[in-house]
Design a protein around this ligand. Structure first.
Ligand code: NAD
Length: 522
């Protein structure tokens, strides 16, 4: 038994959001941004087996609000480093897999404490590297702290597990043992919380990891891994390799990698799913995949809804961080009876959103890169044929060449249109007209995804029908469909949105373990 138990720790509570209307908090963030500016353009190495590694090849990450500004220059890995990283993880597993849960939990708690100290600095990195405004950056850092604190407690609970029944004449035990070496492949859009959440869930349960962050957010990952090293991460427990799809593939295809924790697009997730299913020569286990993928998330606005609340919720869900959240609302399904008044209020609210540099805390910042900007502009062209432009519809040019797009809404989009079916991942909302509530529910369930969804109605019966019939992993009633809180809203999607892993929930750590059932005759 470990000396530490969950009751010896303060009860978990979500990290509070920072109130930036207070002058001291705004000032702290500005100062942190100044510190971050002093470090822009620095070089970073890989971390393999506790050693910093140069590769002779580099790539740069840039500020999407001013692409001429280099955020970090990173050593780029290829197959050689991927192989070395898996070997280092394998070697470290021999000891890390046998450490006490208390030791691993201590590591997460120390990291959480350190991150609290450096909260504003990490906000600054999120602002310059992926274009988050202050509140979005603050929420990403807060979620990361929440994951560390939550998984620390969940690991202790798992360690204290017993069998449901003690068979007479025996002592029965369940031990949740680690799997071994895992690949962790996060997306760029929650480059701190999701990256650190998957990584620390894997290591707190005794696994070792090869982490390959998104090439759009390598600096944030490098900063977090350095923080982990600072608080005592042993060599080889997390190995950091940077680069794009090629290095990701090389890790996924390695026969010693027992599990792959991936969050990202459906396309890449399906490729990983398929590759992981193929048995490699010499492979002795079934590879496990934990896949959290895209979404095409809907908000139903029923005729009896509070319209102002619904408009506020739709705008926040569709345009918070420019719709670059897997949970973002990209379809508002609006009852015919209120359609015109809804769209009128929606137009006014969307047009009041201010675009500008995230560092100056504008609500609407740039999208992540030129490819994303082109993708969204292409969908705007599609929208011109499939619906009626209510507002937006253009790129916003700035002197610094940031990848801005005006928040865009198309109305009268048909339920089977591309705009209503394909994940766009940008500031583009389709408004769909529903004949009645039955029709609205049918439309809400008509995509291949099933991640988040929300409904605004004042009818208890309709809420109950949504609970039963709205087929999504995260359903919200009379509130926005973004902003899942660790512990309160375990997160994961149905259908093509993934394996429904429920990050931040009580079952998540089980995915990184295997249960050993032990019976001792008394
Ligand atoms: P992406 O799929 O392009 O990339 C994700 C990661 O996979 C990156 O690290 C990338 O370098 C790597 N990768 C790319 N090709 C690979 C390959 N062939 N083999 C191995 N690794 C490979 O996604 P993205 O653009 O970074 O993120 C946006 C997507 O993520 C959206 O679809 C969004 O909905 C989804 N997302 C889902 C959740 C969720 O919880 N369901 C959360 C956040 C983002």
């Amino acid at each position: 038994m470990s000396a530490m138990s969950v009751s010896s720790l303060p009860a978990f509570r979500n990290e509070p959001f920072t109130d930036f209307s207070r002058a001291e908090n705004a000032e702290a963030l500005r100062q942190a941004l100044a510190t971050v500016h002093g470090e822009l353009g620095r070089s970073y190495e890989l971390l393999i087996g506790g050693k910093n590694v140069q590769t002779g090849r580099t790539f740069a990450s840039v500020n999407p609000a001013k692409p001429g500004q280099v955020v970090g220059v990173h050593a780029e890995a290829d197959e050689t480093e991927a192989l070395a990283a898996v070997e280092a993880a394998q070697a470290a597993f021999a000891t890390w897999g046998k450490t006490s849960v208390a030791e691993r939990v201590e590591l997460l708690l120390k990291a959480s404490a350190k991150l609290r100290e450096r909260h504003f600095e990490f906000c600054g990195w999120l602002t310059v590297e992926v274009g988050k405004n202050w509140a979005e950056a603050d929420a990403d850092v807060g979620e990361c702290i929440d994951f560390l604190e939550f998984y620390a407690r969940e690991a202790l609970k798992l360690d204290a597990a017993t069998t449901p029944i003690q068979y007479p004449g025996e002592k029965n035990m369940l031990r949740y043992v680690p799997l071994g070496v895992g690949a962790v492949i996060p997306p760029w859009n929650f480059p701190l919380a999701i990256m650190a959440g998957m990584t620390t869930a894997a290591i707190v349960t005794g696994n070792t990891v090869v982490l390959k962050p998104s090439p759009d957010a390598p600096t944030i990952a490098a900063k977090f891994v350095a923080l982990m090293v600072e608080v005592g991460l042993p060599a080889g427990v997390v190995n950091l390799v940077q680069g794009g799809p090629e290095v990701g593939r090389a890790i996924v295809e390695h026969k010693q990698v027992r599990f792959i924790a991936f969050t990202g697009s459906k396309k890449v997730g399906l490729e990983i799913h398929e590759r992981a299913a193929k048995t490699l020569p010499g492979q002795k286990f079934l590879r496990r995949t934990i896949l959290e993928l895209g979404g095409k998330d809907s908000i139903i606005v029923d005729a009896d809804a509070n319209l102002d609340d619904a408009v506020t919720g739709v705008v926040a869900s569709a345009f918070g961080f420019n719709g670059q959240k897997c949970s973002a609302c990209s379809r508002a399904i609006v009852a015919d009876a209120i359609y015109d008044s809804f769209t009128e209020k929606l137009k006014a609210k969307v047009e009041a959103l201010q675009s500008g540099p995230p560092e100056e805390n504008f609500y609407v910042g740039p999208v992540i890169n030129v490819v994303a900007q082109e993708r969204v502009l292409n969908y705007i062209e599609v929208g011109q044929k499939e619906g009626q432009l209510l507002t937006g519809g253009t790129a916003i040019k700035t002197a610094e060449g940031g990848y801005y797009i005006a928040p865009t809404v198309f109305t009268e989009v048909k339920p089977d249109a591309r705009l209503a079916q394909e994940e766009i991942f940008g500031p583009l909302l389709a408004v769909i007209r529903a004949k009645d509530f039955d029709d609205a529910l049918e439309i809400a369930n008509n995509t291949e995804y099933g991640l988040t969804g929300a409904i605004y109605t004042s009818s208890a019966d309709k809420l109950e029908r949504a609970r039963r019939e709205f087929h999504v992993g995260n359903l919200y009633l009379n509130r926005k469909c973004t902003g899942a809180m660790v512990g309160a809203h375990p997160f994961g999607g149905f259908n093509m949105s993934g394996t429904d892993s429920k990050a931040g929930g009580p079952d998540y750590l089980l995915l990184f373990t295997q249960a050993k059932s032990i019976a001792e005759r008394l």
